[in-house]
Design a protein around this ligand. Structure first.
Ligand code: CA
Length: 418
């Protein structure tokens, strides 16, 4: 499908992240006005609450944009999702009959502040990137035992904290924690000195389920995707993760990009999961292309410095799709709700320049990376700003995600000091 042209001319640039083909959903505010739902089109945001109030957008009898988050709309399901996309396309495309009626409801993005686009019901994070799991496993257990025996059969995950998910632009404070001593198993209480990023995608569950669902059904339940940075305290993690997995090391913050890119916008970029080394049990079989060809990058800007790319990778490097992860999540009968967020797991590629964490890029600190300024990094320093970017490239247009950024602020003084 080629570029779909809009009368909002900035949306027609082949490299602009928000053409009419995209229509990503967010929550914004401007001036003294309260946060409300909007859709990005070029350099503008269409105020959906105002457009609904004016009667220009009406999907059934109920009002869907009274609240400043997308959960109520998501819960309506695929037919309503498609109806809104169709209506927005008709309103914003070149030659739209209602252009004059809708123009007053556009706000310049530069005048807007972006907020959490949805209320995160629950957050689950996976460990489903083959290259990442192999790299990390090699570092901790040796290359022969890199992948645990279950890895090729299930997407390994853990239940995280919805309360720690923050929108792009939120500062992230370096945590304190228990850290294993260098000599023996006596821990000490200290600020994290191995603070790290994880470049991931987040899948957002749109419609509820109550019981096991298939991979195809799981795909139907997914509303859209965001970029996700799962901030990780590696020294805290190394001490705490036996035997129940990560806990406080992953609870400081997880940042997401402010725009939900819908599954509909990503449809032309679907691709297959990689070849299976071991056949999956039938309930997790692939049933069509469920990954997406999305170029991803992570960059670092030291305090007062310039932004520099650390790594580039692609979402198609995942071993398991979000649909497989969601299907697996429900196998026990676990109910899923609108607004549930599933982190893909760190997305690394096969090459050294494609690694989605500093743990891998610096190989556990053994091989620090050198920035253009000459500074080196094994892990994050205070004042570092990290930015994830993602885009799918179509025929004359780009589907962008907007940036997912966050700055590391210094640890507090010892919160337990007497
Ligand atoms: Ca993670």
């Amino acid at each position: 499908m080629p570029l779909n042209k809009s009368w909002v001319t900035s949306a027609n640039d082949a490299h602009h992240p928000f053409p009419l083909n995209n229509l990503p959903y967010g929550v914004f505010s401007d001036g003294d006005a309260p946060p409300r739902c909007g859709v990005a089109i070029g350099d503008m945001i269409l105020d959906l609450q105002a457009a609904e109030t004016a009667g220009i957008i009406q999907l059934g009898s109920e009002r869907l944009f009274e609240m400043p988050f997308w959960n109520e709309f998501m819960e309506e399901g695929p037919a309503v999702w498609a109806a809104l996309r169709e209506r927005l396309t008709a309103l914003l495309q070149v030659g739209a009959r209602d252009q004059k009626r809708i123009e007053p409801f556009l706000v310049h993005t530069k005048d807007a502040e972006l907020h959490m686009p949805f209320m995160v019901s629950e957050f689950t994070d996976y460990y489903a990137g083959r290259h990442h799991a192999t790299n990390v496993g090699s570092m901790f257990r040796g290359p022969e035992n890199a992948l645990p025996p279950n890895w090729l059969h299930i997407p390994i995950g853990y239940n995280g904290r919805a309360s720690s998910v923050v929108v792009s632009g939120t500062d992230v404070r370096r945590p304190w924690g228990q850290i294993k001593g260098a000599e023996d198993d006596t821990p000490r209480w200290a600020p994290c000195s191995r603070f790290d990023i994880e470049l991931e995608m987040g899948a957002i569950v749109g419609t509820p389920s109550d019981g096991p669902i298939t991979v195809q059904e799981a795909d139907d339940h997914i509303f859209g995707y965001v970029l996700l940075n799962d901030w990780s305290a590696r020294d805290i993690q190394a001490w705490e993760y036996h035997p129940l997995g990560p806990f406080q090391s992953k609870a400081t913050a997880t940042s997401i990009s402010p725009w939900i890119v819908t599954k509909a916008a990503l449809e032309p970029f679907r691709c297959n999961t990689p070849a299976r080394e071991v056949e999956l049990l039938e309930h997790l079989w692939d049933c069509g292309p469920m990954l997406y060809d999305i170029d991803l990058s992570v960059s670092l800007r030291p305090e007062g410095g310039t932004d520099e790319i650390l790594a580039r990778t692609n979402y198609r490097e995942m071993y398991y799709s979000a649909a497989q992860q969601l299907a697996h999540h429900t196998t026990s009968g676990c109910p899923m709700n609108p607004g549930d967020l599933l982190g893909s797991g760190t997305i690394s590629g096969p090459d050294k320049t494609q690694r989605g964490s500093l743990l891998e890029l610096s190989w556990g600190g053994q091989d620090p990376i050198t920035l253009a300024s000459g500074e080196t990094r094994s892990f994050l320093e205070d004042g570092d700003t990290l930015t994830l970017r993602g885009e799918a490239r179509g025929d004359g247009y780009t589907i962008g995600f907007g940036e997912c950024t966050g700055t590391v602020t210094p640890a507090l003084d010892d919160p337990y000091a007497r």
